[in-house]
Design a protein around this ligand. Structure first.
Ligand SMILES: Cc1cc2nc3c(=O)[nH]c(=O)nc-3n(C[C@H](O)[C@H](O)[C@H](O)COP(=O)(O)OP(=O)(O)OC[C@H]3O[C@@H](n4cnc5c(N)ncnc54)[C@H](O)[C@@H]3O)c2cc1C
Length: 495
């Protein structure tokens, strides 16, 4: 494949070395180990991002591996990265195709010395890495940059990663330490290409017109937006000091950091988060919330390194422990779940938000994963695939490990109980399910009770649950207790 004419070397540049830097989920210039290596080890850098059509394929479940929200967010991150390179005097080559077919050709055409890339842990990505390595051999170098702790600093090899996040955290904190930030280059010298490519449009990746949703991403794309949010969440608003008490909410943007989409596309370095929070603790305030935010970022590391340890076992039906399982494969119920039409408002509100915006709170993820696997008893891998398709912050280790744990390890989460506990006044539910706005408190928690108490049919546009679980009985009883006397009277009169 011919991508470009060989770069014309300006007079006197003939003997200059050139590194191709293949961007993957490291879409930033700050604290970037690959870029640091490229800029400091070579005279010029040719940064490239490759849109790989395999990532956008339609799955047998009827949705794409990477859905439309994720495509748009990624594309916007690439546009932002391209602009950042241009501001530094360089540029970013954008190509559509398979990395293993493109990079070797590009290396030869550009007479480059090496291809540099961030190392990944998941098998799809490492398979691609292996075929590039087979073609390029010593001209291909993988560099670690995904996590807070550097893999070489951990006091254990991948095979010895502790089984619990607590022991991982304690030992890593004590024995590894977080490295200092790498400087952002002032200037980036790139070769002079005749064509820097262009961002693909949706139909080049197979999207049909009806898949092109009009959606509002909860956070803007790119590195600058990520760094602004980090500043906002810490020094500007001091929200970080309240994090522990707000993190279980679902409504709005400020109850949690919202760093995830940027962290996982690599627009934000986890070390940047760490060092900013540490500076905040020193200069402003240190409390349980500032501690907790770092604790969560270390969870992310725990899943990345555990994935490196267990490999593809994290994708097995029985999870990493290979538990006996008998998952159902009821596509109709699964589709109701994906669309947020289960008839259980707390679950549906979260599922609709995911579908409409590409984001869902942690409370929502815990509840909807539990609902799919413990109430519908549907194969958790279907749910994980739906999250993979939809989540702007999708990260292979965090997603599949959290699902794995939720389906096979963690206690059941009762969605009726959680609804009253986390959204008693229904602000979140009603923000996502406006069709329930006509129902007074507490009926929007359990709309199927409406007819019994008011004689009014439940909202027609909102579905009845497929079934009511016996184990929700006590929580439904608690909702009944909240029903005002006037409704009790109405039922008594009718009786
Ligand atoms: C079923 C399920 C699937 C999930 N899938 C993903 C996923 O694909 N990508 C993802 O980043 N997180 C995932 N999570 C974890 C968590 O829900 C999100 O990280 C969090 O909601 C993102 O919002 P935030 O950035 O505001 O998080 P905050 O609460 O502000 O936390 C700060 C950061 O800590 C990390 N973090 C927090 N909780 C977790 C966790 N449980 N596991 C790993 N990292 C965590 C994230 O990087 C996050 O950005 C999943 C959780 C569940 C239960």
């Amino acid at each position: 494949m011919r991508l470009n004419k060989p770069a014309k070397s300006p007079a006197g540049y003939d003997n200059m070395s050139l590194a191709i830097y293949w961007h993957r989920d490291d879409l930033r210039l700050h604290d970037n180990p690959c870029l640091h290596r490229a800029v400091n080890g070579y005279d010029r850098v040719l940064p490239i991002f490759i849109f790989d059509p395999r990532q956008f394929e339609m799955l047998p479940l009827g949705f794409r591996k990477t859905g439309y929200h994720r495509f748009i967010f990624l594309k916007d991150c690439i546009a932002a990265l391209q602009q950042s390179y241009q501001e530094k005097g360089g540029n970013l080559l954008v190509v559509l195709g398979r990395p293993e077919e493109i990079l070797a050709d590009l290396l030869r055409e550009q007479q480059a010395d090496i291809v540099l890339a961030q190392a990944e842990v998941a098998s799809e990505e490492t398979t691609v890495e292996r075929s590039i390595a087979a073609a390029l051999q010593t001209e291909f170098e993988l560099i670690w940059g995904k996590s807070l702790y550097h893999r070489d600093d951990l006091p254990f090899g991948f095979d010895e990663i502790p089984a619990t996040s607590k022991s991982f955290r304690i030992r890593a904190q004590k024995e590894a330490g977080v490295r200092e930030l790498l400087p952002t280059p002032d200037r980036i010298d790139c070769p002079e290409l005749t064509d820097w490519g262009k961002l693909p449009v949706a139909d080049e990746l197979g999207f049909r017109r009806e898949e092109a949703l009009d959606f509002q991403a909860p956070v803007p794309a790119g590195e600058k937006a990520a760094l602004e949010r980090l500043h906002y969440y810490t020094f500007e608003t001091r929200l970080v000091e309240k994090y522990k008490w707000t993190r279980n909410k679902s409504l709005g943007i400020d109850y949690s950091s919202k760093f995830s989409a940027w962290l996982n596309r690599g627009c934000l370095s986890p070390r940047q988060v760490y060092h900013t929070v540490k500076r905040y603790e020193k200069e402003v305030k240190r409390n349980i919330s500032t501690w907790w935010l770092i604790f969560e970022v270390v969870w992310r590391d725990f899943f990345i390194f555990s994935h490196a340890k267990y490999g593809d076992k994290i994708f097995r039906a029985g999870g990493i422990k290979n538990r006996e399982t008998d998952w159902k494969h009821d596509k109709e119920l699964f589709d109701r779940w994906c669309r947020g039409e289960t008839g259980i408002p707390f679950a549906d509100a979260h599922l609709r938000e995911l579908w409409e915006t590409g984001f869902m709170s942690n409370r929502g993820r815990v509840n909807t994963a539990s609902f799919l696997t413990r109430d519908y008893e549907i194969d958790w891998r279907w749910g994980a695939a739906w999250f993979e398709s939809q989540l702007l912050d999708y990260e292979v280790s965090a997603n599949w490990f959290n699902w794995n744990t939720q389906a096979t390890e963690i206690y059941y989460t009762n969605p009726v109980h959680q609804s009253m506990k986390y959204d008693k006044n229904g602000e979140y539910i009603l923000s996502q399910l406006p069709e329930l706005a006509a129902l007074p408190f507490p009926f929007f928690h359990a709309p199927w009770l409406t007819q019994e108490f008011t004689g009014v049919e439940p909202v027609k546009s909102y579905p009845q649950p497929a079934f009511i679980q016996k184990k929700w009985g006590r929580s439904i009883g608690n909702i009944r207790k909240e029903i005002p006397e006037e409704y009790e009277d109405l039922v008594a009169k009718k009786g």
